[in-house]
Design a protein. Sequence first.
Length: 83
Amino acid sequence: DMKIAEFVAAVTFAEKFRIVAISRDEKTIMPKFDTKFKYHDLVFIITTREGITPLMNFLGKSNIEINNVMILGAGAIGEMVAE
């Protein structure tokens, strides 16, 4: 099992993404740096626009098409981004 801190230390673009939640055994975990990844975890990550390509390459998913995007916030900025 790898700790989140070890994962973040392994990448050179750590400032461009954040692990925000892990779904494990029908529970949602708000991870800390000492939280360990486990097999079958569903990991939720947010990233900057610049972080998408290096993150996907690191995860071995460089040739997938992104079809779904989640925009958080219902304020003026969130609405503008959605348009």
